[in-house]
Design a protein. Structure first.
Lengths: 261, 466, 293
């Protein structure tokens, strides 16, 4: 499809070779959506990874009263539908009555008050914030299950030798869940691409002026909104190749010998 | 090997189970499902199907319509009453809020509805796509036909001016492909109660507008807000009309060379730039599909004076709290000079026949029926107003104020949209012209840059004109 | 000195953990609480400050949501589709993942990367092609059997759900199997167990945490899926998320916020309950296996 000029319905499909891809190369709007997507992938992956690993470690290895409570609570955002998340975050980011600005207001930190969804430099991070918020639980559960399979004897041995918690974490936990982390890195790429589209569609509509446009929302705009189905499919192909390549690269540079217990 | 065999055996097993189970479920549920009529399909039709089967002669007309604020019930009534007068025609309705998602796959599979009510300007742009692909049936002839079941022709009933716009004749060649249905006047909405209280006059020119803006800002009220940038379509359209009348508007809509760099268009850009400085500060942050009601709420709360909108906003905000003495008012977009023409855009939904439809003759007859007294009263009951002679007299109270906006001596109706072109990858006039306003208001780009990008988009689209 | 230092860092560490846990919990409870509060608000309240407390319990929202979205009717469909899809998925994915991660055979690498490529396919790309394919098959079946069975069929939908979730599941499971010690299998094969027995009696019990995850995540996925459901079930047998669309905003009319949030709360409850039940299982994996050293 990506090699045709086609609106989506008629029989007037016209073969145009790689023209769609050439147009794409010069399309500033696409480049903007490309940058936004990459930014989101990087930011969301790093923050979610750090937070999720930390809490997973805490909740599996430490005996904490109410641990079950925290486990349940942390997972809840993940089962909320994107429409609800958009609603929640619009209540948080609202410029006048929103939670963030109110908190900064009561703490007399007026300088921190922002147009979270109005300022084109900030909004993409606001979107990232919502994505991280909803993703933590998901990955935390994944890391938790992986950590749970580490035989407790390893830790017993380590603490007998007097290794600190941090040492135990870096020397035992991390290497043993490394394979899971690598797997999830691929998931970060995929799910950020997909979810950012849904969230952007519900929350910002890609605005203001395309500043939160991401891969798939731009593809959708072009394939349907602009009646250039072939072009939309060309974007789809590029996104597919890009995400696959990115995952392969990430996978390659994080490759370590798989450790078995 | 064992595992592989097992896998294979299991999948075969499952497929078998699946197929057996589905034939089971089908035969036992077949009846039930037919009786459990989908809300959207007309009940009577289905009962008929059950009793008489499909052998009966006559045609089945597939009607697909967007379920908008007016609800789905009115379509069922329409189908009923059409079937009573046309006994050999059965109507099958598809009324959905997300109509595009439902009918698009079927259309791609070659199963087209016969009649579709779906306006232009929707995010999925299904109607525009068919326009661009020449997928619409030419329906120019129905306007000389008699309205189904009546003696007058369609043309005699439809209000003047509604069938010679780019929204009905997308190729600007005098041929009509879309018939106008429910219409809504748009303009600037405000709190009439507040204006009375303060003793302010509703501005008729932009100069008066700025004066009022300064007065209001002393009282802490912003002059202007907008729901989302998409609402600028009618706003800018009215400005173009006000600057140079229909001719100027049409040349802009048909991408005439250099039109956006002309002096007149420059006035549009400059006015919006100035308006930007009078815009309520939170507007841009809330101008998205999730929060746009917050911008509309600003007018209800007396935090902003005007917003561009259509009369649907009254229903949209009917449950919202509001300032004391609040009363909706609507005015046209101001004129550029004293005594100049003022315009208020009319937005309307369109009904059309896909050229791949099976029953075009019946489909056209069904469209003429839309303009019958019977049909229009059913629609009117649900709140949907069609452009039919004398219909404004049947409206009550507030509605009459909005629909009667053109009774004001120097307010003229404006209609139309961008001409249809072959699709051009990566170029979207709406985004370029309206979407950029967010950046203009936040000061991200200058109007010169904006104007240049609009002209560039216009250049590209001109080449693709049919 | 060093003696007193130990406990103190211990205390500080605990404190730090608690602060972090509670902060994140607050960050989550407040917005989620907001959703629950929103579901009992009256429509008019949605136009004011979003953080105002609800005026009263507007429980009618739930009733309205239930009726409007035809939840009673669609609930069964959703359950049938989700359960069948999970069953099919597990039956296919578990052996496949096991084989892919443990056995080296010709084409192993190819299949692996094929599965991985499948991960990047988004359901929304393929909904329409699947629909067209089924429609074609339906026509063929029509001529042979006299009726087409493939559309509006819950089992077909479940089957397709399972198919779309396969890459994800296989990828996740096989990366998990890779980390499991091969000692067990060696032991099992010395004891004379075949591959089949090894898989069911040795590997699967150890893989419980990841199987739980697979069930949990895919349940969530199937339960909330609506693009395929909408496309492949044009007539009856709709699922819950499709019913929910009835609660969403109609063009240019007042949004029925209260019932909308109420509906979402209703739909999300089963997932939450499932999670509460299985979450303990998640961290129980190795206690079943029991391998020392």
């Amino acid at each position: 499809m990506s090699l045709y000029r086609w609106g989506g319905f008629s029989n007037t499909k016209e073969f145009v070779g790689f023209d769609n891809f050439i147009t794409l190369w010069n399309d500033v709007d696409f480049i903007q959506s490309f940058q936004n997507s990459i930014l989101l992938i990087v930011v969301v992956a790093i923050f979610t990874l750090l937070i999720a690993v930390f809490f997973a470690a805490v909740l599996t290895k430490e005996t904490i009263p109410g641990g079950n409570f925290f486990r349940v609570i942390f997972y809840v955002p993940n089962i909320l539908s994107i429409v609800v998340i958009a609603g929640v975050f619009s209540a948080i980011y609202d410029p006048s009555s929103g939670l963030l600005n109110s908190i900064f207001g009561t703490l007399s930190l007026e300088n921190f008050q922002q147009m979270w969804l109005g300022d084109q430099d900030i909004i993409i991070y606001s979107v990232a914030g919502a994505l991280v918020w909803q993703a933590i639980g998901y990955y935390m559960v994944m890391y938790m299950s992986s950590m749970a399979s580490i035989p407790p004897s390893f830790y017993e041995a380590a603490s007998l030798e007097g290794a600190s918690k941090w040492k135990q974490f870096t020397n035992i936990t991390l290497p043993l869940i490394w394979n899971t982390i690598r797997t999830t890195l691929t998931f970060y790429i995929i799910s950020t691409i997909n979810l950012s589209f849904l969230l952007v569609k519900a929350m910002t509509g890609g605005g203001p002026d395309g500043s939160t446009e991401v891969f798939l929302s731009y593809m959708y705009d072009q394939a349907y909104g602009n009646s250039t189905y072939g072009y939309g499919m060309a974007i789809g192909v590029v996104v597919f190749i890009f995400s696959f390549a990115l995952a392969a690269i990430v996978n390659h540079i994080t490759k370590r010998d798989v450790l078995e217990y | 090997m064992n595992v592989k065999k097992l896998l294979f055996a299991l999948s075969v097993l499952f497929l078998t189970i699946g197929l057996v189970a589905c034939s089971d479920s089908k035969s036992s549920e077949g009846k039930e499902t037919n009786e459990e009529t989908n809300e959207e399909t007309n009940e009577e039709t289905n009962e008929e199907t059950n009793e008489e089967g499909n052998e009966e002669e006559g045609t089945t007309l597939h009607v697909a319509a967007l379920e908008s604020a007016y609800g789905a019930d009115m379509w069922e009534k329409i189908a009923d009453s059409y079937e009573t007068t046309n006994e050999n025609v059965k109507i099958e309705l598809t009324i959905k809020k997300n109509l595009e998602e439902v009918i698009r796959p079927n259309m791609q599979a070659g199963e087209y509805p016969d009649v579709v009510l779906l306006a232009t300007g929707r995010p999925e742009a299904l109607t525009e796509t068919l326009m661009k692909e020449n997928g619409l049936e030419n329906i120019t002839d129905i306007f000389d036909q008699k309205v189904s079941g009546e003696d007058s022709t369609v043309n005699e009933k439809i209000l003047d001016g509604f069938t010679d716009t780019l929204a009905t004749n997308p190729y600007a060649d005098g041929e009509t492909y879309l018939a106008p249905m429910f219409y809504s006047p748009t303009g600037l909405f405000y709190n009439a109660g507040l204006f009375e209280e303060k003793g302010w006059d509703v501005p008729k020119t932009w100069d008066e507008m700025w004066e009022l803006g300064d007065k209001a800002s002393e009282e802490g009220i912003a002059l202007f807000t907008y729901p989302t940038t998409g609402y600028f379509d009618t706003f800018i359209g009215s400005m173009l009309y006000a600057l140079g009348g229909p001719d100027f508007f049409n040349s802009a809509m048909t991408y005439e060379d250099g039109i956006w760099e002309s002096d007149k268009s420059t006035e549009v850009f400059e006015t919006i730039e100035k308006l930007a400085s009078y815009t309520e500060k939170n507007t841009v942050a809330n101008a998205n599909p999730n929060d746009f009601t917050k911008n509309q709420q600003l007018v209800l709360d007396n935090k902003a004076l005007f917003m561009p909108n259509g009369n649907w906003v009254v229903d949209e905000m009917k449950e919202a709290p509001r300032a004391d003495n609040f009363e909706w008012g609507m005015t046209s977009i101001p004129a550029f000079e004293d005594g100049g023409d003022r315009y208020a855009f009319t937005f309307f939904e369109q009904i059309w026949v896909p050229s791949a439809a099976e029953n075009k003759v019946d489909a056209k007859d069904f469209i003429t029926y839309m303009y019958s007294d019977e049909a229009s009263s059913i629609f009117l009951e649900a709140g949907a107003v069609q452009p039919i002679e004398g219909i404004t007299d049947q409206l009550d109270g507030q509605k009459q104020i909005f629909y009667g906006i053109y009774d004001d001596e120097d307010v003229l109706p404006a209609m139309g949209t961008f001409a249809s072109t072959e699709p051009v990858a990566g170029v979207n006039m709406g985004d370029t012209l309206y979407g950029t306003i967010g950046s203009v208001i936040s000061g991200k780009i200058t109007i010169e840059e904006w104007r240049a990008s609009v002209e560039e988009a216009s250049d590209k689209l001109r080449e693709a004109m049919n | 000195m060093s003696k007193s230092n130990g406990p103190r860092t211990e205390v500080l560490f605990k404190l730090f953990i608690y602060v972090a846990l509670i902060t994140l919990a607050i960050f989550i409870i407040v917005p989620v609480g907001w959703v629950f509060l929103a579901s009992i608000k009256e429509n008019a309240e949605f136009y004011g400050s979003p953080w105002a407390m609800p005026v009263g319990f507007h429980f009618e929202n739930f009733i309205e949501a239930f009726n409007e979205a035809q939840m009673g009717e669609y609930l069964l469909n959703s359950i049938v589709v989700t359960v069948f899809a999970l069953l099919i998925l597990l039956v296919v994915a578990l052996p496949a993942a096991y084989v892919l991660s443990r056995f080296k055979f010709r084409g192993n690498g190819f299949i692996n990367s094929f599965v991985k490529a499948g991960l990047f396919i988004n359901v929304s790309y393929i909904a329409v092609p699947i629909f067209l394919m089924l429609l074609d098959w339906n026509t063929v079946m029509n001529t042979i059997f006299g009726e087409g069975l493939l559309l509006n069929n819950r089992l077909v939908l479940a089957f397709i759900y399972a198919a779309t979730a396969l890459p994800f599941t296989i990828f996740l499971l096989s990366s998990y199997f890779e980390t499991l010690p091969s000692d067990f299998e060696e032991a099992a094969s010395i004891d004379g167990a075949g591959y089949y027995r090894t898989m069911f009696s040795v590997m699967l019990p150890m893989a419980i945490p990841s199987i739980v995850i697979v069930i949990l995540f895919n349940f969530l996925l199937f339960w909330n899926e609506y693009i395929l459901a909408l496309t492949l079930m044009p007539g009856e047998n709709q699922t819950l998320p499709v019913g929910l669309l009835n609660l969403m905003a109609a063009e240019r009319s007042a949004v029925n916020y209260g019932p909308m949030y109420a509906g979402m709360v209703i739909v999300m409850l089963p997932t939450l309950i499932l999670y509460i039940f299985v979450q303990k299982r998640l961290t129980q994996g190795m206690t079943v296996g029991g391998l020392k050293g």
